[in-house]
Design a protein around this ligand. Structure first.
Ligand code: NDP
Length: 471
């Protein structure tokens, strides 16, 4: 039985003229419509400063979805969806706009106040005025307003805390959906589901049995039109602060004993708050692709890192001295995201033998691979690696893109695929430890060839511990 939404709702996209809305949110709404998951009455309202007629916005909505979906588009479904789309020109920082928005919504629904989902598809500088005005212009505190806020939440632990307290003046935590789109990916969801449904797998994922874990997220494209944003944040805030730390937490946490979001958040927090960034500078390798400075808008003296490889530990007895390596970069030879768990060997084993591995590939394809080693008594090759591989991609008619799944979860009030504020704060603390180490030791940013595997110095990071990166 698939979940279909029954109750009507308002869905306001603040910053509806931006990229996120066009590339992710509109297509996600289409995927829900295509699977007939939306109710009879719902109202999608684009809110932005740019004056625009409803028809013009409906066309933008239509074209964005058409471009994204391509040849599989069902035009009839999209045309029907667009009939639910409206546009409202307003100012983010003016209470009057919110009062008018409320009247606008009530007029659409014939005076009924439905659940109101407010999606923040604006730069973080605009978050506060929207929160304040949405909060102050409610009819009553009990109005069901849900805020959806994309990462990054704050740009360090102080600003995240400050923003959280600001929100708390107007809304309670259960009304706030803190979104990291990686958590909507089928592969990332599979890490949890595989562990929850396979005791055998979960028994393997114990720190005592593990030699090291390698989490890799490589992109083959460069920064292109995101230079302004990237120059401010760099690869560590962009990729490690939330995406990779979340994957780390999903892989290493204890399995929550209930399916409630609070249990999951508690277990992830337990890992994130125990992460220890070793103090020696050789545990961090930074890089920048050679053509980066030629990207439009990049200053000639830019030291922004587009590659990072980092060793971390988890300060829990089970994970004592188990290195966890994270590495991520742009403009590399291939796009791939994966988790590789290398298991310990027996003391009597030849240490040159290939180790047993559990690989969870998250992109470009989603697979689980178990690699074992068989030993022959005779023959040319004494050892043979046996790998079993199975797709863990979502299959069937009801798979949703990441934002589709997350939107559905907001509507059905399921917070399992969202972050708790405590997790975000713990992740910022890890990020700050990494950034402080970099600035304290003035860690060098190594150049690497575009389309390569990143700076070769990254090999030392694992070799110092007697390991190699797994392909
Ligand atoms: P944009 O920079 O494209 O901004 C979206 C809209 O917000 C603009 O079209 C504009 O609409 C309004 N806006 C922009 N700047 C300001 C400003 N200084 N003051 C007031 N309004 C402004 O953002 P994106 O769509 O790329 O991203 C939206 C949010 O999602 C950001 O917080 C971003 O960090 C996050 N995000 C984006 C991703 C992406 O793929 N783009 C991925 C992950 C997260 P108007 O002027 O018409 O009001």
């Amino acid at each position: 039985m698939i979940y279909r939404v029954k109750e009507p709702f308002f869905f306001t996209i603040f910053g509806a003229s931006g990229d996120l809305a066009k590339l992710k949110i509109f297509p996600a709404l289409y995927s829900l419509a295509e699977q007939k998951r939306l109710p009879k009455d719902y109202f999608i309202v684009g809110f932005a400063r740019t004056p625009k007629e409803r028809k013009e916005f409906q066309k933008e909505f239509y074209d964005s979805v058409k471009n994204k979906i391509g040849k599989d588009l069902n035009k009839k479904i999209l045309r029907d969806l667009v009939e639910h789309v409206y546009y409202f020109t307003g100012k983010y920082d003016q209470c009057e706009s919110y009062k008018e928005l409320k009247d606008f919504l009530l007029k659409l629904s014939g005076g009924k106040m439905h659940t109101h989902i407010a999606y923040f598809s604006v730069p973080p500088t605009v978050f506060k005025p929207i929160i304040k005005n949405l909060g102050e212009c409610r009819r009553q505190k009990t109005d069901d307003i849900r805020l959806v806020i994309e990462k990054p939440f704050g740009d360090d632990s102080c600003s995240a805390e400050e923003l959280y307290h600001f929100i708390s003046n107007y809304f309670s935590e259960d009304q706030v959906y803190l979104l990291d789109h990686f958590l909507g990916k089928a592969g990332v969801q599979s890490i949890l589901h595989l562990r929850q449904t396979n005791r055998i797998l979960n028994l393997l994922l114990k720190g005592y049995e593990i030699a090291n874990i390698q989490i890799t997220a490589f992109e083959d494209i460069g920064i292109k039109d995101r230079v302004g944003y990237f120059e401010e944040v760099g690869i560590i805030k962009d990729m490690i602060q939330s995406h990779l730390l979340q994957i780390l937490a999903f892989t290493t946490m204890s399995i929550p004993l209930t399916t409630k979001a609070e249990s999951l958040h508690r277990e992830k927090y337990s890992i994130l708050s125990a992460i220890n960034v070793p103090k020696k500078p050789e545990n961090i390798v930074l890089g920048q692709y050679k053509e980066y400075k030629k990207e439009e808008g990049v200053p000639a003296n830019s030291k922004t890192d587009t590659f990072a490889a980092i060793k971390l530990y988890i300060d829990q007895e089970e994970w004592f001295k188990v290195p966890i390596y994270l590495r991520t970069g742009k403009k590399l030879s291939a796009k791939k995201t994966n988790v590789i768990v290398e298991f310990k060997k027996f003391p009597f084993q030849n240490q040159e033998e290939e180790p047993n591995l559990l690989k969870i590939e998250l992109s470009p394809e989603e697979n689980i691979i178990i690699q074992l080693v068989n030993k022959y008594r005779s023959g040319a090759s004494q050892y043979e690696t046996i790998a079993t591989s199975k797709s863990i991609a979502c299959s069937g008619d009801y798979c949703l893109p990441e934002h589709g799944l997350l939107l559905l979860d907001v509507i059905r009030k399921n917070k399992c695929s969202f972050l708790s504020f405590r997790e975000i704060l713990a992740s910022w603390r890890v990020t700050e430890d990494i950034l402080n180490l970099i600035s304290k030791h003035k860690i060098k940013v190594n150049k690497y060839d575009d389309g390569s595997g990143g700076p070769s110095l990254q090999n030392k990071l694992v070799q110092n511990d007697g390991f190699n990166w797994h392909k």
